[in-house]
Design a protein around this ligand. Structure first.
Ligand SMILES: O=C1O[C@H](COP(=O)(O)O)[C@@H](O)[C@H](O)[C@H]1O
Length: 250
């Protein structure tokens, strides 16, 4: 496993545009190689800004959206259409504006879904769906919380040790308390993992993620792609990295 690469951009706007360009290219490359691509999306401020930047970019037409599988790294276990669901934000920012195949948009089940108010069943269903599709993820996008959580893997919570593909999360410190998350094993099976962070509130989490911190205390320290791990940051989020080049250029 190669160590993470760190790219620092001037501000969140530049970060979102640069990550969007990178994502379009990565998806188009995968489609050229294999005829299809798969990404796992994140919620949160920067993750949603990246999707909006893809939607706003002419380069989005380089992607064959009908041959993209869209998954999520985590979801807040709230009813379909709830504005706090990561799915809702992703649809509004991007998926409603490009010709994705609805059958290839794999939202995590909601409490009004097939398993009702049973997050364990929702996690099992989602894990089976991803495994049944071959389990391949070209890129996993991950936001990071000020507490260093990624997806819905929060510090010192049982989900950190979960086996299997996806896990139900109860009692998350950030609302809502009930969530579904891919496990570390699944996140780290992706070809590439991209951690996205902007703002000074993320600076300590970013530092921990890149300094070999205890994964139980700082889950972001435990995510690594098989082929590549990128930390895509703005200057504020990079402020605590020793010797960070915060010029705004790679
Ligand atoms: O709750 C969540 O938070 C994180 C980070 O969100 P941010 O707004 O602080 O960037 C997000 O990555 C995760 O998907 C989400 O469920």
């Amino acid at each position: 496993m190669t160590p993470p690469s760190v790219l620092v951009h001037r501000d969140q706007g530049v970060l979102a545009a640069a990550a969007a360009a990178r994502l379009v290219t990565r998806i188009a490359d995968a489609q050229a190689e294999r005829g299809a691509a798969s990404v796992a999306l994140t919620g949160g401020g920067v993750g949603t800004a990246v999707l909006a930047a893809v939607a706003a970019s002419d380069a989005r037409d380089a992607v064959d959206w009908t041959r993209l599988d869209v998954w999520w790294g985590d979801e807040r276990f709230l009813p379909t259409g709830d504005p706090e669901r990561n799915e809702t934000g992703a649809r509004a920012a991007l998926l409603d504006h490009v010709p994705v195949d609805p059958a290839r948009v794999h939202a995590m089940p909601a409490p009004d879904g097939p398993d009702g108010d049973d997050p364990e069943a929702a996690a099992a269903r989602y894990g089976a769906e991803l495994a049944g599709a071959g389990g391949r993820l070209d890129v996993v996008l991950l936001g990071v919380g000020p507490d260093a959580h990624v997806a819905s893997l929060f510090p010192h919570m049982p989900g950190l040790d979960a086996d299997g593909t996806a896990v139900a999360v109860h009692g998350a410190p950030k609302p809502p308390p009930t969530r579904v998350s891919l496990t570390f094993g699944t996140l780290n099976s992706a070809d590439e993992v991209w951690v996205l962070a902007a703002g000074e509130s993320k600076a300590e989490a970013v530092r921990l993620g890149l300094s070999g911190a205890d994964v139980a205390a700082a889950p972001v320290a435990g995510v690594r792609g098989r082929n590549r791990t990128l930390f895509l940051l703005d200057r504020s989020a990079a402020a605590k990295l020793p010797g960070a080049d915060t010029s705004g250029r790679p």
